[in-house]
Ligand binder design. Structure first.
Ligand code: FE2
Length: 427
């Protein structure tokens, strides 16, 4: 007897099977014909995936677009200034309410694990309070992993160092930083050293906003890789953005990539934001702003696509859909070979889960029973269509359902229905 059976599921690897759930665990992956269950979800051969995972987000700022004004220049620096204005007027309850609204939206899109950076440059630490409260409120369905993030600079802001450490003491999960925003390269380097030391002493993961600039001489990722290796933080560290790498000297990069691989340092580009914010000072040719994704992957480096922003001081759009993120990444990184497109789907599911070190993630017996049924036949089709999430199960509970809604046309002399899917079987 199962609590839930998802029948007729096409797994990401193409197998068609049933999935039996007991409590919050996957109890069987097999043909379960005749088995009893409290509830049966018929996937009708649709793609069933483990949940989407976002490894880079700013939950404290989300859904605040236009408050108190918009980012007119579209630059990173105006965004940071605007966020500073918003921080002056924001309240804990309002941040929790915005975060909750976003988490509802994310859950309906099958996005069930999010790593969010939380600004620690505020003596009252209101964002930290709000996000800890939110983490608790959503824990039944979303794993919210929080990063202590000194937005205005660990050293550049006079109390950021102390407040970041206070935030970690309050229960923030991951050490963050922003070395390229310190006053000098030297301060940036020193901040990487100290932040890695803090992560090592506390046994925490570390994820720095690193080299989010068009300056090819911004090379803090080298120091990060070196410190991660020296302190034994392999597999627990990530560099977010790494955009300067797009303009670095190729000979230097040939030395850098093996260092990153040796450190098992993950890379988290954020394609929607990188393509929008980087290259703003360029005329033409204008740089794309994305780091070297395929090149890192060819060195065995884990690369995950992150979303970064939805309707906030840095980005006026956003959908809480990791397939949109992967779709943009696929285009900008030119990952159009079938194997590369398939890899892009893995990047927003299993590879991002690896970056967050999520335990019990995936579609296998004994894993946490979290999954999403998509109106698509396979991962590449899911990327092409960014289709409806027909059903979302989180920790054993069905939390979201949606009807299939193909368009029905009344045309002169005939009627038709439009199915966007282009599948070789099952239709
Ligand atoms: Fe960010």
């Amino acid at each position: 007897m199962f609590d839930v059976i998802v029948q007729g599921a096409t797994m990401p690897d193409g197998r068609v099977t049933d999935i039996g759930i007991k409590g919050d665990r996957i109890a069987a992956i097999d043909r379960l014909t005749g088995a009893k269950a409290g509830e049966v979800i018929d996937a009708f051969g649709d793609l069933v995936s483990p949940p989407f995972v976002d490894p880079h987000f700013h939950m404290d700022a989300t859904l605040s677009y236009g408050t108190p004004r918009i980012n007119a220049s579209g630059t990173l620096l105006e965004g940071i200034g605007l966020w500073g204005e918003l921080k002056e007027i924001v309240k804990v309850e309002e941040m929790v309410e915005r975060g909750l609204r976003y988490c509802d939206w994310a859950a309906s899109m099958g996005l069930l694990a999010i790593r969010s950076h939380v600004d620690t440059c505020d003596d009252r630490l209101l964002g930290v309070q709000a996000m800890l409260e939110l983490r608790d409120k959503v824990k039944g369905y979303i794993d919210l992993q929080l990063v202590a993030f000194p937005q205005d600079g660990f050293y550049r802001d006079p109390s950021a160092r102390e407040n970041t450490i206070r935030a970690l003491d309050m229960g923030i999960d991951v050490v963050g930083g922003i070395p390229h925003f310190e006053r000098s390269m030297g301060d940036g380097t020193a901040s990487v050293h100290e932040l890695c030391q803090i992560a090592s002493e506390r046994g925490l993961m570390i994820d720095l906003h690193c080299d989010e600039t068009d300056d090819p001489m911004s090379r803090h990722v080298e120091t990060l890789a070196q410190e991660v290796t020296r302190l034994g933080l392999q597999g627990r560290a990530a560099g977010s953005h790494l955009t300067s790498m797009h303009s670095m000297d190729n000979y230097y990069v040939s030395k850098l990539l093996p260092l990153i691989a040796e450190a098992e340092l993950a890379a988290i580009p954020n394609p929607l934001i990188n393509i929008t914010i980087q290259g703003r000072h360029d005329t033409f040719p204008k740089r794309r702003g994305l780091t070297r994704v395929k090149e890192m992957q060819s060195h065995g480096i884990t690369v995950g696509w992150g979303q970064d922003c939805v309707l906030d001081p840095w980005y006026p759009l956003g959908t809480a859909d990791m397939l949109d993120v992967a779709f943009m990444g696929l285009h900008v990184a030119q990952m159009t070979h079938p194997d590369e497109m398939r890899r892009c789907f893995d990047m927003v599911t299993t590879e991002n889960a690896n970056i967050l070190n999520l335990e019990d993630y995936g579609l296998h017996v004994g894993a946490q029973a979290s999954l999403v049924v998509l109106d698509a036949g396979n991962p590449v089709e899911a990327l092409r269509l960014r289709p409806d999430r027909l059903c979302v199960i989180a920790k054993g509970k069905v939390i979201s359902r949606k009807m299939r809604n193909d368009a029905t046309l009344d045309l002169p002399g005939r009627s038709a229905s439009v199915r966007r899917r282009h599948r070789l079987s099952q239709d």
